[in-house]
Design a protein around this ligand. Structure first.
Ligand code: PGA
Length: 253
């Protein structure tokens, strides 16, 4: 049985007080609802607020994730944060290979693979993002692009480790644009990713891997997206910055 996951990616937003307010609201909303046992809520704030988020989380309502991690162990890498540090702060999750990191900070599939290895070494759960840009979709190359990202980022893993991965399909043209992929467009790529995994690791293993959708997911479209057979939840950007919107997605299963 695959876990249903709704993860909020705050990106580089909110001041300390705003973050505190949002976490406070989120906690009181989460306390009111009874989520299905197979659903996990994850909040990924900027690094300075990670400890505050952990204090709120109590593990019972949501878990905390980072938005990035270094590919290196430790040492003279100014500005970087290691997987070991995240582990020592009892962080459970980390987003890797987000399209914004690929586009603005030159992250390659090789770097994504190295970061995934660091996270697994320190028992963190990677949420690995893949997805095509608009020109690639217009050229009908979305299946190939996603295949390469999945293969290069993840296929060095053995069966035990691939099961620890969560994949997020985020068509870049849908991120922050208000243009959501239709449930059909999303389902088609999710099924494609699952079939790639099944061909390499077998169906049984693949059935345990959650694949999330990301890209302008909102309370108004989450239900329809999450109803697709291969969509196991969402990675939520903009709508994770408002407790009511995020809760609308969290309760969409
Ligand atoms: P969005 O971002 O929901 O604001 O489109 C999603 C993401 O980038 O993870």
């Amino acid at each position: 049985m695959r876990k249903h996951i709704v993860a909020g990616n705050w990106k580089m937003n909110l001041t300390f007080n705003e973050a505190d307010e949002l976490l406070d609201e989120l906690m009181s909303e989460l306390e009111k609802v009874e989520l299905p046992r197979d659903e996990q809520v994850v909040v990924c704030p900027p690094f300075p607020y990670i400890e505050m988020a952990s204090d709120y989380a109590n593990d019972s309502y949501f878990q905390v994730g980072a938005q990035n991690v270094s590919d290196k162990d430790k040492g003279a890498y100014t500005g970087e944060v290691s997987a070991e540090m995240l582990e020592s702060c009892e962080i459970d999750w980390c987003i890797v290979g987000h399209s914004e990191r690929r586009a603005y900070y030159g992250e390659t599939d090789e770097l994504v693979a190295a970061k995934v290895d660091q996270l697994l070494k320190h028992d963190l759960k990677p949420i690995v993002c893949v997805g095509e840009v608009l020109e690639e979709r217009e050229a009908g190359r979305q299946f190939d692009v996603v295949k390469t990202q999945v293969e290069k980022g993840l296929f060095h893993l053995d069966t035990e480790n691939i099961k620890k991965i969560v994949i997020a399909y985020e068509p870049v043209w849908a991120i922050g644009t208000g243009k959501t992929a239709t449930p059909e467009q999303a389902q088609e790529i999710h099924a494609h990713i699952r079939s790639l995994l099944a061909a390499k690791y077998g169906k049984e293993v693949t059935d345990e891997i959650s694949i999330l959708y990301g890209g302008s997911c909102k309370p108004g479209n989450a239900k329809e997206l999450f109803a697709c057979p291969d969509i196991d939840g969402g990675l939520i950007g903009g709508a994770s910055l408002k407790a009511a919107d995020f809760m609308g997605i969290v309760t969409a299963f």
